[in-house]
Structures are given as C-alpha cells and as structure tokens.
Design a protein around this ligand. Structure first.
Ligand SMILES: *Cc1c(COP(=O)(O)O)cnc(C)c1O
Length: 398
C-alpha cells in the first residue's frame, strides 16, 4: 500500500505541473495598506478590508475591551453557556440594519452557509445556484442532499427555465425550491440581477438565499448591501453576510425572520455543535456595523468605490466597477502567475487567482481596493502596470 506521504507528493506534483501550486505567504508586519513580506514592504491590493475598519481604533478598542470583560474565548456553544451579551447585541444590530426580525451569527461566513442551507432543504428539494456562487454555498447545497441545478451566471432566463422545470416535479411532494446567489460576485466584482431574480422567486414561490459577503458595508443607502440598494430587503428570505470583510472583524451571519433564527438554533449543525464566536470578534463586528451605517461609513464606502473606478482605468480593458473588486482576466494560469510576479517585483501585492477559485482559462489578477488607499498608492500601481492615465473620471467625490 502506498504511504500517505507518497500519495500526497504525487498529488502536489500534479498541482505544480498545472501551475496550480499555492504557497502561504508569511506576512510579518501589517499597517494600513502595507504588508511586510520577506523583508520587503509591499503595497497591498488584495485585502477585503474595503473600509479599512480592521485597523479602526473603535474596533480595536472594542475587541480589547471585550476580551478583558468576557475572556479570550467563548467557552462553549451558544446553546450550552456561550450565548453572551455581545452576541445578542450584535444580532440585534444586524437585524435592524437588514430590516429583518432577527439575525444569527456564526464563527465564519462559510459556517453560516454550511449550517443554514442543509437545515432548510433536503433530498426531496431543489437548490438552484448561480454558476459562480461561492464554494461555501456549493458545499452547503451538496451537503443538503437536495437536487442541485446550476444556472448560467447572472442569467434570469436560464433561472426561469429551471424554475419551470422545478414546478413540473411533484413526487413524492412538491419540492421546496431554494435559489442561491451572491449579490456582488467575489472573483468578478459584478452584481446579480436581483430585481429579476426576486420577480421570479415571487412568481414561482421559491425561497431566496442572498450571499452579500462583498456588498455588506459598501452598497445601499446605509451600506446594508445590494438588497437595500434596490429596496428589496423584504424579498430576500435569507440575507447572508460576513463580518470579516468590510466590517473589519470575523464571523458570519444570517438575517431573516424570527422563526428562521429560532429554527437554526435547533437545526443549524454548524451553530449547535460549534463554540460560539469569540467575544473580541463579536464586539469588533458590532462596532463595524455601527460605523458602516454612520456618516463616516458613507465616506469610507464612497472612497473605496472611487478608488475602484480609478484603479479600473489603469487596466488595458477598463470596466466600470460596481464594487471594490476589479478583475484583470488574463486567461491561462501561467500568464496570471507571471503578471503577479512582475507586480510583486514592483512592490505590489495582487495575487493571481486560478482554478479552482475561478474557472479554467479564466485566471486573473484580482485587485481589491479599500478606502485606505491613497492617490499615491494608485500612482504606484500605475507605475508598476506601466500604463498612462486614461480620461479623467466623470464623478470625482474626493
Ligand atoms: C468570503 C466569502 C464567504 C465566506 O465568508 P468568511 O467569513 O470569510 O468565511 C462567503 N461567500 C462569499 C461570496 C465570500 O467571498
């Protein structure tokens, strides 16, 4: 029998041969938009800290206070003795922000999806996923045992076909149909046609799970996400978000009806059988939620989006960004890796994103910007890309 190590060596060699080998970069220092790597200071265009809140004094202080007041750990699952005051306060704030009756927090956004979807649907049901939906929703849908169908990315017509097909299935009972999509897609930065999707879910009586991981903190009048920006909050059955990106802390949440939250406390396995998120993360996230909604949050979000537009103008095929994510699609894995290496030499951290994170042949550099990037930072990137500036932006908020 082959030893585990020899099997793994062969599998790793296979990743290498397909330019899919990955390494963890050891970051030895971090401040604002700079990271220290191998003794060099790099300008970071790869973080999801869109508003720069992870370093905000209010979040750092809230985390420190919570650790002093409540301890470093939560000590147990929420159902045992880990349901602390800070968790409840955060959930009330999340529910108010999303205009839902309730919200429930999880240790990560990944856990929020994998705890929730399999609790709601099972083998007699149907899950319809956008083709580019995040791995956590795909894993969750698979784990549910429901019949999965994938619709073409952001294509309401394809979704409509699948809903008609789902309607035709009646045995042994009429299936529950759950539509799962992201609002801002994590690797493309584009936005779901939410109005059309909501129209379809209404017409077919389906349920809607919306992963707002990259929209929370950025889009909408109070930055609650895409659903808020379109006035569709009441049409989303399950609002999912992360506390680890624009909100600057860690964890995930589901916001929805009181019954939904109550049910997940019984049936969400990743909630029931997992130690509660640590008090420091929860308290920091609550500050993140407060700031995101404040006038300061409005300014931070508009700077981040303004920076995204500026950055997009530096690329060979400029796009009009709808979020803080700007993909530069290069195609094959080796070109993406070579570009990332060139940028790194110029002091820019903007990694190549490859299969399986994105489809084969769609390898890219994924730039993300934050409110903390300055004009000088964008100039440095312009220098590294070797491009001349494009036409002046139409809307200059700065
Ligand atoms: C990051 C991400 C998640 C997972 O959230 P975490 O809190 O990082 O576990 C889920 N969905 C999307 C689209 C994401 O980008």
């Amino acid at each position: 029998m082959d030893s585990l190590d020899s099997v793994l060596a062969a599998r790793l060699a296979d990743f290498e041969a397909r330019s899919l080998r990955r390494d963890l970069r050891r970051i030895t220092a971090r401040s604002g938009t700079r990271v220290g790597l191998n003794g060099r200071e790099l300008l970071n265009f790869s973080s999801n800290d869109y508003l720069g809140l992870s370093r905000h004094p209010a979040l750092v202080e809230a985390a420190a206070h919570a650790a002093r007041d409540w301890g470093a750990g939560s000590t147990a699952s929420r159902l045992v003795c880990g349901s602390l005051e800070p968790h409840h306060r955060l959930e009330e704030a999340l529910a108010a922000w999303n205009h839902t009756e309730a919200a429930l927090t999880f240790s990560t956004g990944f856990a929020a999806a994998t705890a929730t979807i399999p609790a709601l649907v099972g083998k007699d049901d149907i899950v319809l996923l956008d083709k580019l939906t995040h791995a956590c929703c795909v894993d969750a849908a698979r784990a549910s045992g429901a019949t999965l169908r994938v619709f073409h990315h952001n294509d309401p017509n394809d979704l409509a076909d699948l809903l008609r097909w789902a309607d035709s299935r009646g045995a042994p009972r009429r299936p529950h149909v759950l539509i799962v999509t992201e609002s801002v897609f994590s690797m493309d930065g584009d936005v779901a046609p939410l109005r059309e999707i909501v129209e379809l879910k209404r017409r077919h009586g389906a349920w809607l799970f919306l992963d707002e991981a990259h929209a929370t903190g950025l889009l909408g009048p109070t930055r609650a996400g895409l659903a808020e920006s379109l006035g569709l909050q009441a049409d989303v059955d399950l609002h999912m978000g992360t506390l680890g990106k624009a909100l600057g802390a860690a964890g995930g949440f589901i916001a929805g009806s009181r019954r939904l939250a109550e049910f997940l406390v019984h049936a969400g396995r990743g909630f029931v059988f997992s130690t509660a998120p640590v008090p420091a993360a929860v308290a920091a996230a609550a500050e993140g939620v407060r700031i995101a909604q404040s006038p300061e949050g409005a300014l931070l979000a508009s700077s981040a989006l303004e920076n995204a537009r500026e950055l997009a103008r530096l690329l060979p095929d400029p796009i009009a960004p709808r979020s803080a994510i700007i993909p530069w699609i290069l195609g094959d894995e080796t070109s993406a890796l070579a570009r990332a290496a060139t940028l790194l030499e110029s002091g820019i951290l903007a990694p190549a994103i490859r299969y399986p994170t994105v489809p084969r042949g769609r390898a890219r550099i994924r730039f993300t910007v934050s409110a903390a990037h300055t004009r000088a930072d964008l100039d440095m990137l312009r220098g590294a890309l070797g491009t001349s500036p494009g036409p002046a932006p139409q809307d200059s908020a700065a």
